[in-house]
Design a protein around this ligand. Structure first.
Ligand code: UD1
Ligand code: CA
Length: 449
């Protein structure tokens, strides 16, 4: 799909959100509203994407610094039509169509945008409006028809009582041909909000003899505008319900769908069971036949088949198959747990690669470490990885057995098959096959009193 450019309107103050964060930076299923819209638009590979920023521009710009969208500014928020005018200098000599999307309509699908973008050519229209028929049209611009044809759009605050009863609404998403700019220059501000409305271009184009057309969305949820936190929360529920339906129909078991949170982008394999309390955030993929139980939080992580997560917090980790995490483990950024590893009660790992069959079952901290295969780490073992200036590495060879309450003062390297006595504070490297005891010998003395 080509021959159009997209303009995303995101300069509005978003006052109805009652928040210090710019409206379009509010997150929906872990992803800012603006990114939802950019992603759906980008999927169509338009000739260009122009983003109109104003209120809170700095935060949005920072977030989008590497996205390749062109940013223009609307210094004063004089209305959606005025916002679109700011893109004129970039698109003045552009011959293709202009797809205009409000940044606060995050659920619109690429496929819908694609049929909208193709509609002017198909119908000979100068503008096509994406519209929906809804039960409660309150707050939206109404679609006023003349027979089957689109005549104009009337905003809620300007609508006559009969117009308020119209249930066809404007989604805030349009596709214009090059007559847009002239029509936009004719928009007046004689309305309830004294703003320059983009929606007035429809009547102006009609008056100048151009055709206006409509594309109706199939699913109304796609065009829900987010103007306040209630609408944001409703959109969140819509997304979650969609995701849960998709997962259930693909063979995932979700014991109590009302009591889990699963991000839109989660990938979960068949026969995995997600129990109440699970919070599966963005960037997670979970294999087949896994169990995710209790208040577990998982983000940006990959979990292999037949693994079990019990009441644990997992972020930025790679977990292979048949691994058991928890109850109450903290698996942090850069942890790699190979097949059949066990991380147990109150143990924490960070930037630790733990090879297969190894166990860290109780009360341990394993950070900046390489742990070989078949290693048993005793309860309360700590890798002392931070010397106050730098993080240092601990290496523990395969087949080693680490007794309880051992400190590894990094950097330190333990060979293969080493036995580390309980209570040792290991400060020097140990060769393979040795027994190391690094603790004060027990003395028993006579009591004085
Ligand atoms: C708008 C439409 C309405 C439609 C609804 C759909 C107008 C006049 N009305 O109403 O017909 O049913 O969206 O959700 O457009 N913006 C700017 N600069 C401004 C004002 C707005 O960039 O000065 C941007 C906003 O950031 C937002 C979009 O334009 O992305 C729409 O503005 P908003 O104030 O949310 O309009 P609605 O009242 O929702
Ligand atoms: Ca809006």
């Amino acid at each position: 799909m080509k021959n159009f450019s997209a303009v995303i309107l995101a300069a509005g103050a978003g006052t109805r959100m009652k928040s210090s964060l710019p409206k379009v930076m509010h997150k929906l299923s872990g992803k800012p509203l603006i990114k939802w819209v950019i992603d759906s638009v980008s999927a169509l590979k338009p000739d260009g994407i122009i983003l109109v920023l104003g209120c809170g521009a700095e935060a949005v710009e920072k977030y989008l610094s590497e996205s390749g969208v062109k940013i223009v500014y609307q210094k004063e928020q004089l209305g959606s039509g005025h916002a679109l005018m700011q893109a004129e200098k970039v698109l003045k000599n552009y011959a293709g169509d202009v797809l205009v999307v409000s940044a606060d309509v995050p659920l619109v699908k690429s496929s819908t945008l694609s049929s909208l973008a193709g509609n002017n050519k198909k119908t000979g229209a100068s503008v096509t409006v994406l519209a929906a028929k809804v039960e409660n049209p309150f707050g939206y611009g109404r679609i006023v028809r003349n027979g089957v044809f689109l005549e104009k759009i009337v905003e809620e605050k300007d609508a006559a009582p009969a117009e308020k009863r119209i249930k066809e609404i404007n989604s805030g998403i349009y596709c214009f041909d090059k007559n847009l700019w002239k029509a936009l220059s004719k928009v007046k501000t004689d309305n309830a909000k004294k703003e320059c409305y983009i929606t007035d271009t429809v009547a102006i184009l009609k008056e100048s003899g151009r055709k206006a057309s409509l594309v109706m969305v199939k699913d109304n949820y796609e065009v829900r505008g987010i103007n306040n936190k209630a609408e944001l929360s409703q959109a969140e529920s819509i997304l979650k319900d969609r995701k849960i339906k998709e997962l259930l129909s693909s063979g995932v078991s979700i014991v109590d769908a009302d009591n889990v949170y699963i991000s839109y982008d989660a990938k979960i394999g068949v026969d995995t069971v997600v129990y109440p309390g699970a919070f599966i955030d963005t960037g997670v993929s979970i294999g087949k036949n896994c169990i995710i139980k209790g208040a577990s939080y998982i983000s940006n992580s990959k979990i292999g088949d037949e693994s079990v997560v019990l009441y644990s917090y997992i972020e930025g980790a790679v977990i292979d198959k048949k691994v058991k995490v928890g109850p109450f483990s903290h698996i942090r950024e850069g942890s790699v747990l190979r097949e059949n590893v066990r991380i147990g009660n109150f143990s924490e790992t960070k930037k630790a690669i733990i090879a297969k069959n190894s166990k860290v079952n109780h009360l341990s901290y394993i950070g900046d470490a390489l742990v070989g295969e078949n290693v048993n780490i005793g309860a309360g073992t700590i890798t002392c990885n931070y010397d106050g200036a730098k993080k240092r590495q601990t290496i523990i060879g395969s087949e080693s057995f680490v007794g309880s309450n051992v400190n590894f003062v990094a950097p330190v390297k333990i060979g293969r098959g080493v036995l580390v006595a309980a209570g040792s504070t290991v400060t020097h490297n140990v060769e393979s096959g040795k027994l190391v005891i690094a603790r004060a010998r027990q003395e028993v003395k006579r009591r004085k009193n």
